[in-house]
Design a protein around this ligand. Structure first.
Ligand code: SAM
Ligand code: SF4
Length: 334
């Protein structure tokens, strides 16, 4: 290994989140409210699968990265994904890192056992409502049954650690918290309630925000939540549900940020490496251009070390975050 990626605040980085595409077949109100397809990344500007594999090799070999997650946009909107994952497995077998996918689940059906055999370790499936009508309202699409069947198929394929991501928004789905806990219990999986975050495009309003404390207190009126042992870099606060299966987690990015233990970098589908979800375009490194301009892996590593120096200690408050106009979750990769 060339060097560990440790920033000036002592945070060791060993986890890369890779956006495979900025395209998405959903228009979730909090993420992609105005279908952005017209300005999605051109095919020639996408990191190719070969470039992604080279990038993963570089991070694993030069910097000891031990975790990679594929996200988007909707990863399954990109063609050739299953073949790509077979190639990821060769790298995984060599370096022993963990892999995961974050998906809206709508295109997952029929692929779960293939993903399991390709060694994809975990699946995070986004689901914001257990009510079909409300699901359609939030996502703008009529895929509720597909997502529910995909969750069942993933369980059948052997996944025992599925996480369901649910962004909680007032007067949208905050009346479904108890239903989601019952869902976690019935399916024996991990439901993660995520605080609604402001991005340049999502018209975030304070009155739509539901904090971790509010969610926790509400659920505690119905279930006893027992803190589970968290690992240090876990962004989620995990709880067992007394007397039941399943796990409930809260991701409190806004009310109680977890920047102090951040171990992640991100890369957009057009190859821009970012040190934080919330940052501006000045603090990026275009790894795709460096690959295409013939830089060696070691040259790129030197630039990565410089980039990491620009990482801030913690992200600012919601007013500043809303002002980052080019910051869209589907572009950066959630
Ligand atoms: N399309 C895939 C999906 O929905 O799972 C992967 C990409 S999506 C951007 C990744 C995660 O980001 C999803 O779980 C989504 O709920 C979350 N997300 C998107 N916008 C958000 C926001 N404004 N606040 C909090 N979470 C958000
Ligand atoms: Fe698409 Fe995922 Fe964003 Fe929803 S959260 S619009 S599914 S990228």
């Amino acid at each position: 290994m060339k060097s560990e990626l440790i920033d000036k605040f002592g945070r060791k980085h060993n986890y890369l989140r890779i956006s495979l595409t900025d395209k998405c077949n959903f228009n979730c109100t909090y993420c992609n409210p105005n279908n952005h397809m017209s300005y999605s990344v051109k095919k020639s500007n996408l990191l190719t699968y070969e470039e992604i594999l080279r990038m993963m090799h570089l991070f694993a070999d030069n910097h000891g990265f031990n975790k990679f997650r594929f996200t988007g946009g909707e990863p399954f909107a990109r063609k050739g994904l299953m073949d790509f994952f077979k190639n990821v497995k060769f790298l995984k077998d060599k370096f022993g890192f963990k892999t995961g996918i974050t998906t809206n689940g709508s295109l997952l059906k029929g692929n779960c056992s293939g993903l399991f055999s390709a060694g994809i370790d975990n699946l995070n499936i986004s689901l914001d409502s257990l009510n079909m009508e409300n699901f359609n309202k939030i996502t703008g699409k009529n895929y509720f049954q597909y997502v529910i069947s995909a969750i069942d198929e993933a369980i059948e394929a052997g996944y025992t650690n599925i996480k369901i991501n649910c962004v909680v928004i007032k007067n949208s789905n905050d009346n479904e918290l108890v239903d989601f806990v019952n869902f976690a219990i019935a399916k024996n999986l991990n439901v993660r309630f995520i605080e609604y975050m402001p991005f340049g495009n999502n018209d975030w309003q304070n009155n739509g925000f539901v904090s971790y404390n509010e969610m926790f207190n509400f659920i505690s009126n119905h279930f006893k939540l027992i803190p589970a042992k968290n690992n240090n870099n876990n962004v989620a606060k995990d709880f067992l549900i007394e007397g039941h299966n399943g796990v409930i987690s809260f991701i409190s990015s806004i009310s109680q940020h977890f920047c102090g233990s951040c171990n992640r970098l991100r890369v957009s589908s057009d190859g821009k490496i970012r040190v934080c979800l919330f940052t501006n375009g000045n603090s990026e490194l275009n790894i795709k251009e460096m690959f295409r301009d013939g830089y060696s892996d070691n040259d790129i590593s030197d630039e990565l070390i410089k980039l990491l120096n620009e990482k801030w200690e913690k992200h600012p408050g919601v007013t500043e975050l809303r002002a980052l106009k080019e910051n869209n979750m589907f572009k950066i990769g959630g």
